[in-house]
Design a protein around this ligand. Structure first.
Ligand code: ACO
Length: 336
């Protein structure tokens, strides 16, 4: 028996960032750093920081409402919520279930996805599989983070890098030849210690000693992650392109994870993608982990950059260590 399959793609997209902005100058009052160091090493000028009491599902709710409005789909029609995050409101219940209730998506299943900064691309691949198989018609994929609560504000090597925000995409059926063309996902868990939050899980519960040693915060071997990122970011896009039989020149837009301008430049150079085709917003938001790619994608769409049929490459890397990329043919009409 032949099973009917569908083409899956992004039908609606939206983002939200908290109001408060923290500039590099603000950070220089907290730790021994400078605007010049942060800009030249990373490309970051400022980041948005969640307000007191504002959790990741609060940001995600705004992003999700915008994605639904863009797709012209009601919350009640969502079949599944996939929430990519490393900073959920609580360990249980999942951020996805909390968001599902807040949205009124009462017919939806919900779960969180843990792949750090690669999480949004991983989430799209899950949504794509469900929609292609006809199991679900509408899957909401969210990438959201409130990293400011997991950053050690006394550690200049990490606190200058991160920001808070959320992006959401409604994945559904699209016409043949459009939507997702290929995914490439990967993991090298042997590099897991290069970027972690050591405490708060079952390995190292939070105790007074743990708190005194700041082990509840993000720890990173920046140089190791940098080397890994430069190696995998371009490679994963090449692997995705191969799967759908497209050359690198076919890329109309490259939307990479926004961790470091130098990492993005190196991937773009490897792929031969000119700077004007690379979507970059790191200067204004810093690294928002799972939220970086959907926020960049939604912003570029709202700015009217994409034309229907454009080939867009998404590429992420992060803790795990993980990586993931996606090639898609944009199936929405111009926003402009
Ligand atoms: N301000 C001023 N000086 C600083 C700062 C700062 N904020 N941070 C570090 N320095 C100092 C260091 O102490 C060091 O001083 P020293 O030479 O006297 O020892 C010097 O600057 C150079 O430090 P490096 O670590 O060598 O700087 P580097 O050029 O490698 O840049 C950075 C550091 C920006 C962290 C870079 O390594 C990087 O971007 N790595 C990748 C990070 C990344 O992509 N993370 C992804 C996370 S995604 C996720 O899953 C959450």
């Amino acid at each position: 028996m032949q099973v009917k399959t569908y083409n899956a793609g992004i039908c609606g997209i939206g983002y939200y960032v908290p109001e408060r902005i923290m500039t590099n100058a603000d950070l220089a009052e907290l730790v021994n750093t400078s605007d010049e160091w942060i800009r030249t090493r990373t490309g970051i000028a400022q980041r948005h920081i969640a307000g007191e009491g504002e959790a990741v599902t609060d940001l995600a709710l705004q992003a999700a409402k915008r994605a639904l409005a863009d797709a012209k789909v009601e919350a009640e029609d969502i079949d599944l919520v996939v929430f990519a995050t490393l900073t959920p409101d609580r360990i249980i219940p999942s951020a996805a279930s909390t968001l599902q209730a807040a949205l009124g998506a009462k017919h939806a299943a919900a779960f969180d996805l843990s792949a750090a900064c690669s999480g949004f691309v991983y989430g799209l691949s899950v949504a794509s599989a469900f929609v292609q198989q006809g199991i679900y018609e509408h899957v909401l994929v969210v990438g959201g983070e409130v990293l400011s609560r997991f950053v050690d504000w006394e550690d200049r090597t990490t606190c200058v890098l991160f920001g808070d925000g959320a992006g959401a995409a409604l994945v559904g059926r699209v016409p043949e030849g459009e939507g997702f063309l290929a995914f490439d996902l990967g993991s090298d868990g042997s590099g897991g210690d290069a970027l972690d939050i050591p405490a708060g899980g079952s390995r190292l519960p939070v105790t007074e000693q743990v708190l005194a040693a700041h082990q509840q915060f993000i720890h990173m071997d920046g140089k190791a992650v940098f080397r890994f990122a430069v190696k995998v970011l371009g490679q994963t896009v090449e692997d995705s392109l191969k799967k759908c039989g497209l050359p690198p020149e076919a890329i109309d837009w490259l939307v990479p994870h926004q961790a470091n301008q130098r990492i993005i430049d190196s991937a773009a150079t490897r792929l031969g993608t000119p700077a004007e085709k690379v979507v970059i917003n790191i200067e204004r938001y810093g690294n928002m982990s799972a939220a970086s790619i959907p926020v960049a994608l939604a912003e570029a769409y709202e700015a009217g950059k994409f034309r229907r049929g454009d080939v867009i490459a998404l590429a992420g890397f992060g803790a795990g260590l993980t990586w993931g990329s996606c090639i898609m043919k944009w199936s929405k009409e111009d926003k402009s």
